[in-house]
Design a protein around this ligand. Structure first.
Ligand SMILES: CC(C)(COP(=O)(O)OP(=O)(O)OC[C@H]1O[C@@H](n2cnc3c(N)ncnc32)[C@H](O)[C@@H]1OP(=O)(O)O)[C@@H](O)C(=O)NCCC(=O)NCCS
Length: 349
């Protein structure tokens, strides 16, 4: 890398306004390139989210910028590490999640991306010495090529799928809801913004059970959520003005059978993000998955009239979820490939 470029750590807690502007100029340029035409969060809101992430007791973010001779940020990257307080720390502590590694188009193919990655790895060897591999999502051809050159292995084909509400078959959605209720007379269907205290323990278990049943390809990781983390997430949403909705089903004996969740950001009123949808194994094939998805879509139509589409992420190999989503009219918007990169002595040089 040309010595006129300088790699620095970007710390949201101490960065001055001028550095924040450089950070936004670079990261927003990459966002516009990888998400053409998509509205972006206002800078003040993004800053608020970064500051909140810095206080997360379960995870830690390390941000980096490459400053060029003209003083602008030419590249950036950030890496997420689980903290020991995370319930999955023991299982996942060897993995660093590398996100947003990007070089401004005018500065590409000059070794900046490689130099930044090596710098990040050397820093991690000091700060997170337990890392043995990186998990890296990549949505652009240049990213796939770059990662292939470094020896990364493709672990999972993933993607963002979208349902545009103007294309939704509302008669079918209403039918799925009604049929689901009829086929499951002893099942309560609840829509909440916060999980009731009486259900939170079993809800956390149902979430953990089902999220780990989705196909993860060659990824060697485990996910888990605890009641404390659910409450932490709810408090964060309240502070940041995000609207969270959970629809879940509870059987007559009190056990949670299925769940789905969404988040709506008033600053991005065109989209609702749908998170995990899961039905416990023993309650499958009773129409609960369709019922949960349908009930949530009816909620979105009623509560958020400005929403244009619902976005959700799935592994391409997740046949049951893809079947429901395809029937609803979800379409692949953006393929995302997840790579793993083993941290070798060669990469640390
Ligand atoms: C991926 C990215 C960060 C690479 O940055 P860069 O500074 O151009 O990378 P380097 O110059 O260090 O490239 C190292 C090697 O990767 C490979 N490579 C990088 N970009 C490539 C491309 N567009 N086509 C083919 N090979 C490519 C080449 O083998 C290159 O070596 P070479 O130039 O000697 O042939 C940059 O293209 C980018 O910002 N892309 C969009 C963001 C992205 O996809 N990031 C996510 C995944 S990491």
């Amino acid at each position: 890398m040309n010595e006129e470029f300088r790699i620095i750590s970007f710390d949201p807690l101490t960065a001055d306004d001028a550095l924040w502007e450089k950070y936004f100029d670079q990261t927003e340029a990459y966002y516009r390139e990888s998400n053409p035409g998509e509205p972006m969060l206002p800078r003040a809101k993004k800053k608020e989210h970064s500051l909140a992430a810095a206080a997360n007791p379960y995870g830690k973010t390390y941000d980096f910028l490459v400053l060029g001779p003209d003083g602008r940020a030419a590249a950036s990257a950030y890496i997420l590490a689980e903290k020991p307080k995370s319930p999955t720390y023991e299982q996942n502590k060897h993995i660093g999640n590398l996100h947003g590694l990007s070089v401004l188009p005018a500065c590409r193919r000059r070794g900046l991306g490689t130099a930044l990655l090596r710098h990040v790895l050397r820093e991690m060897a000091l700060k997170e010495p337990q890392f043995t591999e990186l998990m890296v999502p990549s949505a652009m051809e240049s990213g796939h090529r770059f990662l292939a050159k470094l020896g990364a292995a493709l672990a999972l084909e993933h993607g963002e799928n979208r349902l545009y509400l103007k294309d939704a078959d509302w008669a079918m959605i209403e039918r799925w809801d009604a049929e689901g209720v009829r086929r499951n007379p002893g099942t309560a269907v609840l829509s909440v913004s916060e999980i009731p205290e009486a259900d939170i323990r079993d809800y956390a278990q149902a979430f953990t059970e089902t999220i780990n049943q989705q196909p993860l390809g060659a990824l060697n990781m485990r996910m888990e959520i605890t009641p404390e983390q659910i409450r932490y997430g709810e408090a964060k949403c309240r502070e940041q003005g995000l609207l969270e909705t959970t629809v879940y089903t509870r059987e007559a004996d009190g056990r949670i059978s299925g769940l789905t969740g969404t988040v709506y950001m008033p600053d991005l009123p065109h989209v609702v993000r749908q998170l995990l949808t899961g039905v416990r194994k023993e309650y499958r094939s009773r129409g609960l998955g369709k019922l949960l998805k349908a009930r949530m879509l009816l909620h979105i139509r009623r509560e958020y009239p400005g929403v244009k589409f619902v976005a959700t992420g799935n592994a391409d190999s997740n046949a049951p979820m893809m079947a429901i989503n395809n029937a609803l009219g979800f379409k692949k918007h953006r393929p995302v490939l997840l790579y793993t990169l083993k941290i070798t002595p060669e990469l640390l040089k």
